[in-house]
Design a protein around this ligand. Structure first.
Ligand SMILES: [Zn+2]
Length: 280
């Protein structure tokens, strides 16, 4: 996803021109800027079913509800877009817009549809899990930018972690289907990835690393729901023993960094569940 460079440039400009970090933290609490949502009308008939599905499941309204848990200094927009064939998702700092293409939804749907995703509900949760992951990953970039959240380490990994931590607040069954769907996407992408300089130099981690990062957070969050990942070998034991601490560190960072901006001072599990109720 083509996001990091544009954010770095915009963040540099913003930090150079705007108020200092200390000044921004001294602002008195405000009700927060609005979060807007748009569903572009698709250009191609093949995206119409996706357009109708995401609209009827109120996907963007759900994301708006999650974002409403934060006091944002400037407005943020969530948009489903027709992208003339590009299966992409990104955050645009200049317009403060998170965009996911209908084409991206179609591609991930194709990748997670084959067996063994068994029931219609599992398939739907897997697809919506992937759509939510794409939006939440880009929302992570948006929050780092809008709230001037410091990122130590690779921003792409931090955005992945933000998305995973929010999705793991869902009820266990839905969280499991969402994680299974995302895992299938990463495995599918890994099968096409080659250990070439351009791939290794990319600002995203390798697909298998992203997969294990996700499974580790899931196992660290809920051993009962995700315990079989270790028993089956999907998550190697050598990594699994670190996952409880890894999840705790990530959650602690999320709460400490976002606390000044979170209504109620914490990420509310009930808000996340309410927001995604129509989706899963
Ligand atoms: Zn990204």
């Amino acid at each position: 996803m083509r996001c990091a460079l544009a954010i770095i440039i915009a963040s540099t400009l913003l930090l150079g021109a705007g108020p200092s970090r200390g000044e921004s933290h001294r602002r008195s609490p405000s009700p927060g800027a609005p979060v807007r949502v748009f569903y572009d009308r698709p250009l191609k008939a093949e995206s119409l079913a996706i357009y109708r599905s995401v609209k009827s499941h109120r996907v963007l309204e759900g994301l708006r509800e999650v974002a409403a848990g934060l006091r944002l200094p400037r407005s943020l927009t969530f948009r489903f877009a027709a992208c003339r064939g590009a299966a992409d998702a990104w955050y645009e700092p200049e317009t403060r817009t998170v965009t996911v293409c209908y084409e991206y939804v179609r591609e991930v749907k194709d990748r997670v549809s084959p067996p063994p995703v068994r029931t219609g509900a599992e398939r739907q949760d897997a697809v919506f899990g992937l759509v939510a992951q794409a939006f939440l990953h880009e929302t992570g970039h948006a929050l780092f930018h809008l709230l001037e959240v410091p990122v130590l380490g690779r921003e792409e990994d931090a955005a992945d972690q933000f998305a995973a931590l929010v999705l793991l607040e869902l009820p266990p069954g839905q969280a499991r289907h969402a994680v299974d769907g995302i895992a299938r996407l990463f495995r599918s992408l890994a099968a096409e990835e080659r250990a070439e300089p351009a791939v290794l130099a990319d600002d995203h981690s390798l697909a298998l690393q992203r997969l294990y990062g996700l499974l580790c957070l899931a196992y660290g969050a809920d051993r009962r729901t995700f315990g079989d990942l270790v028993a089956s070998g999907a998550l190697p034991r050598s990594r699994a023993r670190l996952c409880r601490a890894e999840y705790g560190l990530a959650m602690d960072a999320l709460h400490k960094l976002l606390r000044p901006h979170l209504r109620g001072g914490r990420l509310e599990r009930e808000r996340v569940r309410r927001a995604f109720r129509g989706m899963f």
